[in-house]
Design a protein around this ligand. Sequence first.
Ligand SMILES: C[S@@+](CC[C@H](N)C(=O)[O-])C[C@H]1O[C@@H](n2cnc3c(N)ncnc32)[C@H](O)[C@@H]1O
Length: 390
Amino acid sequence: MSPPPKPTSPKATTSPGKVSSPGSTGKKSPTPAASSPPSQDPSADPSTANILPAQHWTDQPLPGADDHDDDNDSSLGDDATSSTASLTSSIMAYRTVHGRTYHSDRVTDAQYWTPNDESHIEASDIIHHCITLCHDGALFKAPLSDDMENAIDVGCGTGIWAIDFADRFPNCQVIGTDISPIQPSWVPTNLKFEMDDATLPWTFPENHFDYIHMRYLFGSIPDWNSLLENAYKSCKPGGYVESYEPSCVFRSDDGTLLEGSPLDEWGKVFVAAGKKFGRPFDIVGDGVTVQDAFRNAGFEEITEWEFKCPIGAWPQDKKLKEIGAYALAGISQDIEGWILFVWSQVMGWSKEEVTVFVAHLRRQLRDTNTKVHVYTLMRSVYGRKPLTVT
Ligand SMILES: C[S@@+](CC[C@H](N)C(=O)[O-])C[C@H]1O[C@@H](n2cnc3c(N)ncnc32)[C@H](O)[C@@H]1O
């Protein structure tokens, strides 16, 4: 086997620099499947015309257990934990979709797409560790000073980033906001969590925060310009706003990600679904350009950082191998949770069809430890609010 290409090392570029997308080339045709993909209905929605229908996956047997190399898949999790997930749902009035719980309609109608149950909380915390490794252990890229007074983590999820940040800056008052109350109560004394919908006009004081952090909000935000306008207003002159987003598309630079394979379809479905329900998933790619939203809002010194995050332990480089193992573990821990809402509620697949697709995807994910060399692009962007606002 030829050595896998190494993902690029982290590098900083100053806006408007762009890193070209390597994933658009190098894909081979799919390995012939047991049944060929059904032809698309020409009257179908054009945004979904390039996606294999659910029937494609239910019509073909799963690859045999011996068809893949899974020597290294000890990091893989088990979706079975999802069955314990709904214990608290009645108390918190969560919505339940096919047995998984999602934020309550009473908090917001924001229609967020991942569950807020234990199985997904665990997946999120693994992904946090993976992202931190991508950043060489750092929690942020912006040049922050130790004398900051106020900071906020918008859409803080499990609160794990905000807790680490509050520990790092004990003299800074930190707020974590979200639409699901899944954060722990034992946290640093300078941190508090609030329920708040970031897509509504912000009610925080103007010129208040030294630092505003937003991570993994893809598929949650209908209007990134409006989000950055709100952040600009609430940010202190001279303060920083930082966004960190992954691509929803998996890529390979050496043709080992086959077109029409489950990991390839994953990205196509997310992109189409984002268009369909008006909350784009392709934040790093051809869709929304967060850098433009920073620029439009009035930020200066906009700085970008891009990274090819491997999925699976396929890289030879030790650090990248570790990152890839954590990325794979974070996805495998709750594949169902990552896709169930989007595939079923947005794209109209049945629970059974989603389950079959998950099984195909899990098989291919195992090969990311060896022969399928996939990665996803990650991008952080930060900008400074000018000291003198005109
Ligand atoms: C993928 S998680 C990322 C969590 C955290 N930022 C991290 O990186 O670990 C996205 C989070 O955004 C929250 N969210 C989605 N829509 C939101 C909204 N309109 N306002 C506030 N939070 C939102 C979700 O509830 C979820 O906890």
